[in-house]
Design a protein around this ligand. Structure first.
Ligand code: NAD
Length: 362
């Protein structure tokens, strides 16, 4: 018998379709009588949440922004205090969840999150914030949302491009969990299930974006992958994406999508068994190549250049992402990580520069 240690974070999860009608009931369950409804300027699904909250809605703040800028949090805090709020409700992607967490850690207020992407942040006690161009991360039990209300209906209209990048963001949580030093059976099972669901459902969503079954599978996978992110530490892939997002303002999910196959190829020589298990559940021969092909097949981004990254920033990004040691199957040395980023910048096949094959020098 293989022993293990597993911590399950106490998040109440309500999953289904039409669950938005239960926001008020969940708020009452948490003892909230005056809630602040958070969203982003481009949010489209606020109406049904507003309607569900009814008299429990005290104020709204629609200014959530990517990478949780501290100055946005401070503006939301002023609204919160002026309105004498006793609970937070957030509808949107990881950016809106981030704002809710930033307010919760400062006030201790209970949170209900209604996620509309596959980011997974809603089940973690981790908060990344940016101030003066630097992203810092912290963890605190107050950051962990109390209730997550997944409503598949809100994801039916998530544009395909965003669905693809967000689902690969979830895929990245599952992949990196599998080679985390502290991973246990529970997280392994969840990670493999999430990968299998994403590999199957993502092409279905790309072909038929409002397919309710495929959307249910993707949202289910996002939750499973999020719990992996919450349970174990992440490796090189998350470190790189964190650096590219926080220090070079790169878009979160799209950056994950470009970088993931390259990090998988980088780690493959030191994580052979993990890559074989990933390949098996994806139904492919080779995990990094399979991830790359899946992303290309559903029209996802494959090059950092196309996402607007300057080639001259690659060396600095590699330096920042390797400045401090952290667990990763293969040691991330600055030179190899820069080569990986160059591959990702040009949109080459994963592992191209380490093989030195054709296309590695273009
Ligand atoms: P996002 O929240 O910035 O959303 C991207 C865009 O999609 C926004 O314009 C949003 O309005 C729009 N959108 C969201 N849902 C939609 C829907 N259903 N239909 C149409 N448009 C919709 O992006 P994201 O990728 O969800 O989240 C990224 C942020 O989350 C980053 O700041 C990242 O650092 C953070 N994050 C944190 C954790 C954690 O555990 N702390 C985990 C994952 C992501």
């Amino acid at each position: 018998m293989r022993g293990f240690v597993h911590t399950t974070d106490p998040v109440r999860v309500v999953f289904g379709t039409g669950t938005v009608n239960r926001v008020r009931e969940e708020a009452e369950r948490l003892g909230a009588r005056r809630t602040l409804l958070l969203s982003s300027p481009s949010a489209r699904s606020v109406g049904p949440v507003r309607a569900s909250l009814g008299p429990l809605l005290a104020a709204e703040f629609a200014g959530a922004a990517p990478h949780t800028p501290v100055e946005v949090t401070e503006r939301a805090l002023r609204v919160l205090r002026e309105s004498d709020v006793d609970g937070l409700v957030a509808i949107g992607g990881g950016s809106t969840t981030g704002l809710s967490k930033a307010l919760a850690v400062r006030t201790g207020l209970p949170q209900i999150i209604v996620p509309t992407t596959y980011a997974g942040s809603e089940v973690t006690s981790v908060l990344g914030e940016t101030e003066n161009g630097r992203k810092t991360t912290r963890s605190d039990p107050k950051i962990l949302p109390d209730t997550v209300l997944y409503d598949v209906d809100f994801t039916l209209g998530l544009p395909v491009a965003m669905s693809v990048t967000s689902a690969v963001n979830a895929l990245a949580h599952a992949v990196e969990a599998l080679y985390a030093p502290e991973v246990d059976h529970v997280s392994e099972d969840r990670a493999l299930e999430a990968i299998a669901l994403i590999a199957r459902a993502l092409p279905q969503v790309a072909a038929r974006p409002s397919d309710p079954d495929a959307r249910t599978d993707l949202l289910h996978a996002a939750w499973l992958a999020g719990t992996c992110l919450a349970a174990v530490g992440m490796g090189l892939h998350h470190k790189l994406c964190h650096t590219l997002g926080g220090s070079f303002a790169m878009p979160h999910a799209a950056t994950h999508t470009v970088v993931l196959p390259h990090v998988m190829a980088y780690n493959a020589p030191a994580a052979g068994e993990v890559m074989r298990r990933i390949a098996r559940v994806m139904g492919v021969d080779d995990a990094p190549g399979g991830a790359h092909d899946l992303i290309a097949r559903v029209g996802g981004p494959t090059s950092l250049r196309d996402l607007g990254m300057a080639e001259t920033d690659l060396a600095r990004a590699a330096e920042l992402a390797t400045a401090h040691p952290y667990p990763n199957p293969r040691e991330p040395d600055r030179e190899s990580v820069e080569a990986l980023l160059v591959d990702a910048w040009y949109g080459r096949e994963p592992g191209a520069s380490s093989r030195g094959g054709p296309g590695a020098a273009d």
